[in-house]
Structures are given as structure tokens and as C-alpha cells.
Design a protein around this ligand. Structure first.
Ligand code: SAM
Ligand code: SF4
Length: 452
């Protein structure tokens, strides 16, 4: 099949924004016993090959929907929602734990819609259940995400008790006007206290997320915020420029983001980068700007560098069994008793493509890839490589494959070149591709040109 950028842009518009292959839109239903059996098979056959496996726990609830947010999240519908959710998670943790009885997991990650939403009792129950049911390496990084307004000093103590070693504080903005517009509640006083609690409890690393040109923040506010945040010395800073995608309340409520906004956002991003680099932050490979190498998110690095297996709980998450399959769970906790499992079986080429897509931002050594996957990379991806080189997206020099992408559009769209022909066809059909529509432009309009 010829490379067709319009088709690839169409796929970018209709599949997840996260650059993960294969996309979950092509998954089919599987029963839980079969998932169990596949994990067992992996532990007996492929696990020893690289011994890379980490656990991820998802909390899909928010107290209110932030206007800028493009992520899927659930509303808490009744007082017992979190208890119900936790009891289901613990049921699943119990169900799968016998498979992993004899092995030590690498890391644990508690993420997404702010797991600090659990109260102290729930948090204790969740973390103690994991420690009781699963064993971890001594160097395992436990990564926990919090928001300043749901965290308390006691919760930080509980995190420390269960050896959480890296905390992400979701900040995004501290400008009062912007916080109000976006439905967020947080204060400098609480944020500074949160930094103190984490440091007093000797949790090693603090990461923060900020959002350039979040609605209702101007350059002056933004620089003021950044300087004050830098003075707190977080170990790592992530900058995610605001994208007004169709999932955001911003776009749903018909707010407009024009070319001037895009220009300002990108200017703001550039200024941030200069300011943080001036303050001793440097780029940490496979992560972001940090003060120390150990501040990086080890799970992400393991995913990119080692293609590690991932045991995810719960919905809507994706687990990955190395060299075998990918699956995710879906669950409507207010209507059904059990989650639905959906799976995608990986072919050998899918497995290599998955690795290439997660490396598409950087470079890799071709001989190492050949050795790792037992392939001839240049032969297997001949057509794709010719296209990428002729479009000046990739450079191959001696043994190095280096990407020259400049922006998010290029990253997302050109990485889709590695999708299999069959998967591209399924996606085009599923979302009603129409070749009279210019999807390249439609897609480009929502993106930032600022990207590292
Ligand atoms: C899953 S969200 C979790 C955010 C977190 N719960 C909070 O309260 O800030 C993870 C990251 O996605 C990014 N994100 C969410 N919506 C975005 C948007 N519209 N544009 C750019 N990045 C976005 C944010 O940077 C955020 O830190
Ligand atoms: S930004 Fe965080 S808290 Fe706000 S809606 Fe998105 S996931 Fe929920």
C-alpha cells in the first residue's frame, strides 16, 4: 500500500492522541480466563528474556471537569463510588496475583485523574493490598500523582509508608483567573505546603506538569508562576502546551483558539524552556527537563527502551504482554458487575513497529534493533524508510536512524507509517474515511509547532 498522508492524518484524528501502537480501536473481546492464561504463558516462556514488568493502577475519577482537559474521566455519582471502585480493583489484584508469585515487579505507577482523590483509609487499603499481593525489586520506583487540593499531610505520610519514591503534582496553572475559568481550586499556600510535606517525608523526587497558554493566562502571569515554581525546585518539569482538541469543554463550549493564540503559546513555550534551562534544568533523555537523572519516570523509560510488559489495573487501561498481546479493560461500574476485556494479538512485525513508534521521537542504532528483534530493519521497512527519507523526516547515517521531526503533527502522523496495512484498513473503514476531505489541514489546525 502506498503511503498516503491524508489517510494517516485521518487516523490521527480518530485514534487516541497517545502515540501507542496498536490503537485500541481495533481490539476484540476476550474473556478474563484467557488473559490469565496468556500472562501465565509469558511468565513461563518470555519473562526471563528481559525481566521487565511493571504495575499500573488507574483512577478514572475527578471532582469536576477542567475546561482545558482533553482526557476521558468519570464523574463520582454517589458517596460510595470510590469504595466500590476500590473493592473491584482489589478483586482483580487478587485474581491475577498468583501468576506473579515468584517474580519481582520493576515499578508501580498510580496515575491519571489524580489518585490523591482517595481518602486516607482508602489509600492505605489500596497500597497495602498491592504490597501484600505483589513483590517488587528493591530499586522499584513507585510513582504517585497528586493534585494540590486533594492531598493532605497524612496522605503524604501514607505514600511514604508504602515507599512511594516519586510524586507528580498536577499544577497546570496558578493564575487565579485561569483556575476559575478552568474549574480548578488550588492555592500557592497549599502548593508550597505540599512541597514541604513531600520533602519532610523524604520522598526523593517531585515532578510537576504545567500548561503553556492554558486559557485565561497571559505571558506576565505565566512568567510569574514559573519563576515562583522554579524557586520551589521541583526535580522535574513537564510542559504540555494547551491543545484545544474536540474532547475539551473549551471546544465543546465554542471557545475559540486562533492563530494568535497558537503563536503566543509557542512563544510562551520557548520562553519557558529558556528560563528553566537558565535555572540549571537540563533535558533528561526519554523524559523532560530535570535537575537530576534519577528524577525521570523509570516506567516510561522502561517502556521506551525495553518494550517492557505492563500489568494495568483498571479501566480504561492497556496492558501489554511482551511478544504476545495487548489488552484493555472497559467497565461501566454503575451498570455491570464485571469489566469487559478487549484484546489485540500482536504479529512479529507489530511488535517491532510498536517499539519503533515509541522511539520515533529520538534515534536508535540499527544493528541493535536487528539483534534485538532478529530482523533486517532496512529490508523489513524499506518502503517506509524511503518515504521518510525523501520527506526529510528521517536521516540514516552509518548505523543510526535519527528522526528530524519538528512538531507534534510530524511526530503523530509520520509514526503512523509503521501501522500495518491491515490495521490501517480497519481504521479507515471503522471511522468512515472520505478521500474528498483534506484531513491533513484539519489535523494540523489543532496542533502546536512547539515541541521537543
Ligand atoms: C491525564 S492528564 C491528568 C491531569 C491531572 N488530573 C490534573 O488535574 O492536572 C495528564 C496530562 O495531560 C495533559 N493534557 C490534558 N489535556 C490537555 C490539553 N487539552 N492539551 C494539552 N495537554 C493536555 C496535561 O498536561 C496533563 O498534565
Ligand atoms: S485535568 Fe485532571 S482533574 Fe481536571 S478533568 Fe482532567 S483529569 Fe480531571
Amino acid at each position: 500500500m502506498e503511503v498516503n498522508l491524508n489517510k494517516l492524518s485521518f487516523i490521527c484524528l480518530h485514534t487516541s492522541w497517545w502515540n501507542i501502537y496498536p490503537p485500541q480501536d481495533i481490539a476484540l473481546e476476550i474473556n478474563k480466563e484467557e488473559v490469565y492464561w496468556n500472562w501465565e504463558k509469558y511468565i513461563k516462556s518470555n519473562y526471563e528474556e528481559h525481566k521487565k514488568l511493571w504495575l499500573y493502577l488507574h483512577t478514572p475519577f475527578c471532582e469536576a471537569k477542567c475546561v482545558f482537559c482533553s482526557c476521558w474521566s468519570e464523574k463520582i455519582l454517589w458517596w460510595n463510588t470510590l469504595n466500590d471502585y476500590l473493592s473491584k480493583i482489589i478483586e482483580e489484584l487478587n485474581y491475577f496475583s498468583p501468576i506473579f508469585k515468584w517474580i519481582k515487579l520493576n515499578h508501580a505507577y498510580f496515575w491519571w485523574w489524580t489518585p490523591s482523590i482517595y481518602n486516607e483509609e482508602q489509600l492505605e487499603l489500596l497500597l497495602s493490598s498491592i504490597r501484600r499481593l505483589y513483590d517488587f525489586n528493591d530499586f522499584a520506583q513507585w510513582n504517585f500523582e497528586i493534585s494540590p487540593h486533594t492531598i493532605t499531610e497524612n496522605k503524604v505520610k501514607i505514600l511514604k509508608k508504602y515507599w512511594v519514591s516519586r510524586i507528580t503534582i498536577w499544577i497546570q496553572t496558578m493564575t487565579p483567573k485561569s483556575l476559575k475559568f478552568n474549574n480548578r481550586i488550588q492555592t500557592w499556600e497549599k502548593l508550597e505546603k505540599t512541597f514541604d510535606w513531600i520533602r519532610e517525608n523524604q520522598i526523593e523526587n517531585i515532578n510537576i506538569d504545567l500548561m503553556p497558554w492554558i486559557p485565561w493566562e497571559n505571558l506576565k502571569d505565566f512568567l510569574f508562576n514559573l519563576k515562583r515554581i522554579i524557586s520551589l525546585k521541583p526535580n522535574m518539569i513537564h510542559l504540555y502546551p494547551f491543545r484545544p482538541t474536540e474532547e475539551t469543554l473549551f471546544t465543546k463550549n465554542w471557545y475559540k483558539y486562533n492563530q494568535i493564540d497558537i503563536k503566543n503559546r509557542d512563544l510562551m513555550y520557548e520562553l519557558w524552556v529558556k528560563l528553566i534551562e537558565k535555572n540549571w534544568y537540563s533535558w533528561i533523555e526519554n523524559d523532560s527537563w530535570g535537575l537530576n537523572e534519577s528524577a525521570k519516570n523509570e516506567q516510561e523509560v522502561d517502556k521506551i527502551v525495553n518494550n517492557c510488559s505492563i500489568l494495568w489495573f483498571w479501566y480504561p487501561t492497556r496492558s501489554y504482554i511482551h511478544k504476545n498481546l495487548m489488552y484493555f479493560t472497559w467497565y461501566d461500574m454503575y451498570k455491570t458487575n464485571n469489566p469487559i476485556y478487549m484484546w489485540i494479538k500482536l504479529t512479529n512485525k507489530d511488535y517491532v513497529s510498536r517499539f519503533l513508534i515509541s522511539h520515533f521521537r529520538n534515534w536508535f542504532n540499527i544493528s541493535e534493533i536487528n539483534k534485538k528483534f532478529w530482523i533486517d530493519f532496512l529490508e523489513l521497512y524499506k518502503k517506509e524508510i524511503v518515504f521518510l527519507i525523501s520527506n526529510n523526516i528521517v536521516n540514516i547515517n552509518n548505523d543510526f536512524f535519527t528522526t528530524k521531526i519538528n512538531n507534534v503533527y510530524e511526530k503523530l502522523v509520520f509514526s503512523k507509517i509503521f501501522y500495518s496495512k491491515e490495521n490501517i484498513e480497519i481504521l479507515l473503514k471503522k471511522f468512515w474515511y472520505d478521500d474528498k476531505i483534506d484531513y491533513v489541514n484539519e489535523f494540523k489546525n489543532t496542533l502546536s509547532i512547539a515541541y521537543k
